[in-house]
Ligand binder design. Sequence first.
Ligand SMILES: Nc1nc2c(c(=O)[nH]1)N[C@H]1C(S)=C(S)[C@@H](COP(=O)(O)O)O[C@H]1N2
Ligand SMILES: [Mo]
Length: 317
Amino acid sequence: MLIKTKKSWELSENEVTNEDLFNKRRQFMKMGGVAAMSSYLPALSWAAADHLANQIALAPTTRTLDEKLNSFEEITNYNNFYELGTGKGDPVKNADELNTDDWSIEVTGECDNPGTYALEDLINFNDLEERIYRMRCVEAWSMVIPWTGVSLSTILDKMNPNSDAKYVGFETIYDRSNPLSGQRSRVLDWPYREGLRLDEAMHPLTMMAVGIYGKPMPNQNGAPLRLVVPWKYGFKSIKSITKINFSKTQPQTSWNMAGPREYGFFSNVNPEVNHPRWSQGSERRIGELFRRDTLMFNGYGAEVASMYDGMDMSTNY
Ligand SMILES: Nc1nc2c(c(=O)[nH]1)N[C@H]1C(S)=C(S)[C@@H](COP(=O)(O)O)O[C@H]1N2
Ligand SMILES: [Mo]
């Protein structure tokens, strides 16, 4: 008898079962288990890295999508990460430059619990979930990616933002005295900065990801932790985060600073508002021959549109 074992992303939402977990675990063990995985994760003590790698491999799939996933190969070889070069193939080539040893995240601003946090203090490894999201770059290409992580809200709740916290800002690693090779070029005003309104940051779709395809986050995708905001253009999903700041006023964001007429603060995916230099009406799904229509809010409107009630989306891009 021929039994076809479905991958987690082939299962519809209500079919996601322990079988899926079992298969993922088996796949993980085939790779050599903990010893193979922990080399990805020097950010943590051996025991913590071991625990994280295991929990990433075992994380239940809580959100599927009826679209073909991009391959691990595509997701990890075609990247935007200007700190590691501006070419799509540069980040994977220069991935070793990013040293994730002793990673910590500095939390500041309008909250009760500012301080310096280790990864394991920020993210409860036992709560990891796998979610399959579309990712739409402002350059009009897209992918479908199985991320593993937690809702950002679970992290921000630990900080207990106060009533003056209206926005959350994020920064990517930047050591002025020892920059990553891409940071020697003035292509952006380093460090890379991004931000969200607090309600956007707290939205259940907003994710802090630590893995892809059940594996620890590759450096070129923003190890050890990166944001994923699926209804916004990809540049909002900031990689390799070292700082989180709660503020009363809207934070400055890298692409908005670099080109205020081309990149807004909100940057919700909107096929009706073209980039000044190209159409946003359609996109090239990596691996596909024909272009697809771009969806309002990247297809997540039913979940997020109400946050923008009354906002003129044609100007407030
Ligand atoms: N720090 C940092 N984060 C970043 C970028 C970057 O250059 N630097 N590029 C952004 C852009 S434009 C996109 S489309 C996504 C790409 O994520 P991926 O390479 O994991 O697909 O990362 C975003 N996060
Ligand atoms: Mo992008």
